[in-house]
Design a protein around this ligand. Structure first.
Ligand code: NDP
Length: 295
């Protein structure tokens, strides 16, 4: 048995950012356009603050403009909607991201729907969800977009593969299904009510795990030679009391069977922000009547 190849999400994310930086430089030089990303954060959630800081730093690194809007936890829904309307109308802003989760007094769906679909770089607006599902060009959610790039780094043409997505959330599982269909995979989507999940996963040439349960997918569920994309990020306590990040797949055992597998951390994680930047530059291109980057 050969050990799986570990897919280097950090290196691939760096390549995505480098490609984005090239397009940004071209847009500036040839069209006088500097793509801009506005990020709106409500409250003091430490994880969200770190995430927003990383997004802003990477946005600037690729040559784009970063607009940060930090509002208090008590901000009213009306004030937030007013800010989104301003950003929708601002020609310097090509992408808008409202950091989730929002405080409980705010209707998240209403806020997401208030973002101009052309600037919806998270790909959560129903218009983009619909366009993706009917195969029209759309801004698609960043984590699934990144997962596809990782799978294609192993096998450029995914046509005809049996892909199993475990998880059916709106932000990962469902858009992942649509993107895999676009790649001509035969797609099965599994969830908490699926019968014989191990048997379903054993039929997969490509497994995408987006469950949120530490090391849930076992090594003996993996078909020999399969590609495994582990989206899960779970913090567990080791016997020595220290925290550790693990995915939704039992990595060491799965790596004994798979052809290629993403690690956690360092797999899908770094791709999410890189694909946010990619979506922002694509949004800027499309808003100026230019075709998006090839995916
Ligand atoms: P959700 O909690 O929204 O969805 C989890 C899905 O897993 C649901 O569809 C659920 O099924 C399914 N599920 C739960 N238990 C089981 C089970 N026992 N057997 C089969 N399916 C099950 O999570 P998300 O999609 O938001 O996130 C999934 C994971 O990905 C999390 O670990 C999250 O942290 C991570 N994540 C990572 C990102 C990154 O950048 N790398 C970005 C986003 C998420 P049902 O619908 O039936 O309840």
């Amino acid at each position: 048995m050969t050990q799986a190849f570990t897919i280097d999400g950090k290196a691939i994310a760096a390549k995505v950012r480098a490609d984005v930086a090239k397009v940004v430089a071209r847009l500036k030089a040839e069209q006088g356009i500097t793509p801009g990303l506005a990020v709106v954060l409500l409250g003091e959630d430490p994880a969200s603050k770190v995430y927003v800081r990383n997004k802003a730093a990477q946005t600037v690194e690729v040559g784009m403009e970063s607009f940060e809007h930090k509002l208090s936890e008590e901000t009213s829904e009306a004030t937030l909607l007013e800010l989104v309307a301003k950003l929708n109308a601002d020609p310097a802003v090509h992408g808008i991201l409202v950091q989730m989760p929002l405080p409980k007094h705010i209707n998240s769906a209403k806020v997401l729907e208030s973002v101009d679909p052309a600037k919806d770089v998270d790909g959560f607006h129903p218009m983009n969800v619909g366009r993706l599902s009917i195969g029209e060009p759309a801004l698609a959610p960043c984590t699934p977009v990144g997962s596809i790039i990782l799978a294609r780094s192993v096998k450029d043409d995914l046509t005809g593969l049996n892909a199993v997505v475990v998880g059916r959330s709106n932000i990962v599982g469902k858009p992942m299904v649509q993107l895999l269909l676009r790649e001509n995979c035969t797609v099965t989507v599994a969830h908490s009510r699926t019968r014989d999940l191990p048997g379903v996963v054993r039929g997969a040439d490509l497994v995408v795990a987006a469950i949120g349960k530490p090391e849930f997918v076992q090594g003996d569920w993996i078909k020999p030679g399969a590609i495994v994309i582990d989206v899960g990020i779970n913090r567990i306590m080791k016997p020595d009391g220290k925290n550790k990040l693990v995915g939704d797949v039992a990595f060491a055992d799965a790596a004994k069977v798979a052809r290629a597998i993403t690690p956690v951390p360092g797999g899908v994680g770094p791709m999410t922000i890189a694909c946010l930047l990619k979506n922002t530059v694509d949004a800027a291109l499309m808003q100026n009547g230019l075709p998006p980057q090839a995916s």
